[in-house]
Design a protein around this ligand. Structure first.
Ligand SMILES: Nc1nc2c(c(=O)[nH]1)N[C@H]1C(S)=C(S)[C@@H](COP(=O)(O)OP(=O)(O)OC[C@H]3O[C@@H](n4cnc5c(=O)[nH]c(N)nc54)[C@H](O)[C@@H]3O)O[C@H]1N2
Ligand SMILES: Nc1nc2c(c(=O)[nH]1)N[C@H]1C(S)=C(S)[C@@H](COP(=O)(O)OP(=O)(O)OC[C@H]3O[C@@H](n4cnc5c(=O)[nH]c(N)nc54)[C@H](O)[C@@H]3O)O[C@H]1N2
Ligand code: SF4
Ligand SMILES: [Mo]
Length: 734
């Protein structure tokens, strides 16, 4: 008997609605949900093969525990007992935590890692953010007071989009949740708007643009400083009394002519960009991975929003807007600060509660007080995804204890002493706690679990809640359903505290009501769902437990499987701003302090090759390669190089070349490509499977090398500690 289910795709930030046809527990077809209010039928190859991923026979069906050196199947009780024993000798900073990217796509990752971090009380928290968007958190934190108040381009209404270092036609977008990004860009052009793409490679997105400007990797801040200079020089700055620091910005001298020499974008083009941005009825600058995992990631992330603010496009329709998701934003009481603590070995600054992952290996390797001896990884594969992966690979082997919450036995988890696999994707409910905060429209959607779990199998929320209890030294009696009880105990406490605060808050729609009654009114199949219900009902669109009839609740979202459209983005800056001054800080001293490094860097970038990454529509970082439907065809892990460079070096298409950086070397196949700038080579990340002890039968057979054997843990964006994955020097030889 077949059945149909609707579920949000958890694989990338586009959060498409999927229509899933099942035969019993088998997925027989996945297509885009044409009635989905946000994605309207769009789907990409990854979403279309979600069934294959979900039913991958290599996904672990139960925990593994290492006994006499060998990972063996165990019961959940045995596995948690092994975790308890493995963590027991360690405390404080000796226990590290690594949080991977898929946590942005699960309810468990969003709601249960904060309690785990608190229970661990360690300074040694790391995540994929410091190989990704951390510079944007830091710039938003310093400018707006809140590191998650990240403005997104108002894609559907803007008249002019300047895009730097992003390739949404392959990635489907990031820090800009917009299902069918390609369609939205075409709509922009169809309504007479313009798209300008700045990228060292003529990507598919660049090919769609009205104009594509090649830029030398890592030099975007020079281009944007040239734009800022021009806006001031030509009197194009739009006054706004919410902006602080205009005088300091106006005093920075970065003339386009000098900037052009460094970044390779002609001075007249820089001036033209400034004039077009100022003249367009609405315009927005948007920068992503290529601007963030780069030498001056924070400076560039900051400049993107500086230009948006100076041209009057911050917080206005068609410009850059800070989304308020249906479950609301937590208003910060204290403005963001950077560097509340530092890493032990290199003294790198903390940001948003974590340290740069580029420091993880040395924190494991270097003896002394606070050395990491036990590590927890949750949905991460840092051996393939972070700088000097092979170095980290070796360091993990020296740990006393490693526990990984992960469905796969892969490059990272093969070192684990215990692996705790979450159940199938379709066995968990889904709500985009993180990504709706970056969405280009206000949308609400909940997908209940499609399939039931095997009895006794915990879901990921319960796994993380149990780890939290273990870390806190609390005994919830794990046997006999105690894993579920851990989540209930944790959630009960969180719900109780949230309601107690809400009823005391005169600004809350439930002010003065009885918190026990409200708690009893929450609905859901488990405590996780009740927590979501609470967030929705107290959110800006919520029913406020009856005070706002017709408002959102989890039940209302259950009743509307294709989602509820809440309309376009609305100005939100006044409600969101959390700086001490109450203004937008356009010239934070922590960021300006990096300008001398930028001025010095201008001379350093001459000669030799620099390497950049690239993404492909059929990959998802390091963990899509086990899906047969995505992995066939030609080798995608090639080194792209401009034909002139190929000829100059006397190399041949298809030959094996050696790529060497300061830290390592890989051998890969050369692919001449006119799409890439001379002097630049490109290698994708996420490959390098087939290490001993892994169980990824499809991925282990694919060709491809670990690009992070080349990336250098010493090369960081100085302000945020984010790794330089784009634009670092390499040597290429036959
Ligand atoms: N298919 C697919 N989709 C994905 C992923 C995936 O692995 N595969 N990963 C997901 C994740 S985790 C993320 S964070 C997003 C990322 O989403 P995007 O930011 O769109 O990522 P990329 O496609 O890597 O695009 C980055 C672009 O920056 C360019 N670039 C490199 N260096 C520079 C530079 O110095 N300056 C400028 N201006 N450009 C530069 C590159 O040539 C590339 O075209 O994608 C998500 N979506
Ligand atoms: N050279 C280079 N390196 C890069 C990048 C680059 O552009 N160039 N991009 C960087 C970016 S943007 C990112 S986000 C990082 C990603 O870095 P990571 O998050 O460390 O790595 P992923 O490859 O996304 O691995 C995800 C892991 O989560 C597991 N997993 C999948 N779904 C679930 C789930 O539901 N629950 C749990 N518990 N586990 C799950 C997978 O099996 C896999 O082990 O890589 C970064 N690395
Ligand atoms: S674009 Fe992203 S969210 Fe949409 S189907 Fe593809 S992987 Fe899933
Ligand atoms: Mo990412």
């Amino acid at each position: 008997m077949t059945s149909t289910a609707y579920r949000t795709c958890p694989l990338c930030e586009a959060v498409c609605g999927l229509e899933i046809t099942l035969d019993g527990r088998d997925v027989v077809r996945v297509r885009g949900d044409r009635d989905d209010v946000f994605s309207r039928g769009f789907v990409c190859p990854k979403g279309a093969t979600l069934g294959e991923l979900d039913q991958d026979p290599d996904r672990l069906t139960g925990p593994l525990v290492r006994r006499d050196g060998v990972l063996e199947p165990a019961t959940w009780d045995e596995a948690f007992a092994a975790v308890e024993a493995g963590l027991a000798p360690h405390s404080g900073d000796a226990i590290g935590l690594y949080i991977g990217n898929p946590n942005a796509h699960t309810v468990a990752g969003q709601l249960y890692l904060t309690p785990l971090r608190k229970a661990l009380g360690t300074k040694n928290v790391f995540s994929a953010s410091s190989v990704d968007q951390l510079p944007k958190h830091v710039s938003a934190g310093l400018m707006f007071g809140d590191p998650v108040a990240i403005p997104v381009p108002d894609l559907d209404r803007t008249g002019y989009l300047l895009m730097l270092g992003a390739n949404p036609l392959e990635s489907n977008g990031s820090l800009c949740t917009a299902p069918d990004f390609p369609g939205r860009l075409k709509a922009l052009k169809a309504r007479g708007g313009r798209l300008v793409v700045v990228d060292p490679r003529r990507t598919r997105t660049a090919a769609l643009a009205d104009r594509h400007l090649f830029i030398r990797p890592g030099t975007d801040p020079y281009l944007l400083l040239g734009v800022v200079h021009t806006l001031f020089a030509e009197g194009l700055v739009v006054a706004d009394d919410r902006l602080a620091g205009l005088d300091e910005l106006g005093g920075l001298a970065f003339p386009p002519e000098a900037m052009a020499e460094v970044c390779g974008v002609p001075a007249d083009e820089i001036v033209r960009l400034a004039r077009e941005l100022a003249a367009a009825p609405t315009a927005v600058v948007y920068g992503r991975i290529g601007t963030s995992t780069a030498e001056f990631g924070t400076l560039t992330s900051w400049l993107v929003d500086v230009v948006n603010a100076l041209t009057g496009n911050l917080d206005r329709p068609g410009g850059a807007m800070i989304p308020v998701p249906p479950h609301g934003r937590v208003r910060r009481r204290k403005p963001f600060t950077l560097g509340r603590w530092r890493s032990r070995v290199r003294g790198l600054p903390e940001a948003i509660g974590e340290l740069p992952v580029a420091a993880l290996a040395e924190e494991i390797r270097t003896p002394g007080d606070g050395q990491i001896r036990a590590l927890i990884t949750v949905a991460g594969n840092p051996v393939l995804s972070t700088p000097d992966g092979p170095g980290l690979d070796a360091a993990l082997e020296t740990l006393d204890f490693l526990v990984s919450v992960d469905p796969y036995l892969n490059a990272t988890t093969r070192h684990a002493d215990v692996i705790l696999p979450p159940p199938r994707i379709l066995e968990a409910g889904h709500y985009d706690v993180a990504l709706l905060g970056f969405a280009v429209r206000r949308v609400a959607r909940y997908s209940p679990a499609v399939l039931e779990r095997a009895p006794g199998r915990p879901n990921e929320a319960e796994i993380l809640a149990t780890l939290t209890m273990i870390a806190a030294g609390q005994d919830v009696g794990r046997g006999d359903g105690g894993v579920a009880r851990a989540a209930e105990v944790l959630d009960g406490g969180i719900v109780g505290a949230a309601l107690a605060a809400a009823v005391k808050d005169p600004a809350s729609p439930v002010h003065g009501r009885n918190p026990e009654e409200l708690a009893a009114a929450l609905s859901g199949v488990d405590s996780t769902e009740r927590r979501l219900d609470l967030m929705l009902r107290l959110g800006p669109d919520g029913d406020a437990f009856g005070a706002r009839p017709g408002g959102l609740s989890l039940q209302k979202l259950r009743d509307t499987p294709h989602g509820i459209d809440l309309g376009p983005l609305e100005p939100s800056l006044d409600a969101v701003l959390a700086t001490a001054s109450g203004q937008v800080e356009l010239a934070p001293s922590e960021i300006l302090a990096d300008l001398p490094r930028l001025r010095a860097g201008a001379d350093a970038r001459r000669g030799g090759f620099v390497l950049i990454g690239r993404r492909n529509l059929r990959t998802n970082n390091s963990w899509s390669h086990n899906v047969g439907g995505l992995s066939g065809g030609s080798n995608r892990c090639t080194l792209q190089m401009h034909p002139d460079d190929v000829e100059r070096l006397g190399l041949q298409a298809g030959q094996e070349v050696k790529v060497r950086s300061r830290v390592g070397a890989v051998a890969t196949v050369l692919e001449p490509s006119p799409t890439i700038m001379p002097g630049v080579v490109s290698l994708p990340h996420g490959f390098g499977h087939g290490l001993p002890g892994t169980r990824l039968r499809v991925a282990d057979r694919t060709t491809g090398v670990n690009a992070n054997a080349l990336t250098d843990p010493e090369l960081l964006d100085a302000v945020s500690g984010t790794a330089v994955l784009n634009g670092f020097p390499v040597e290429v030889t036959a």
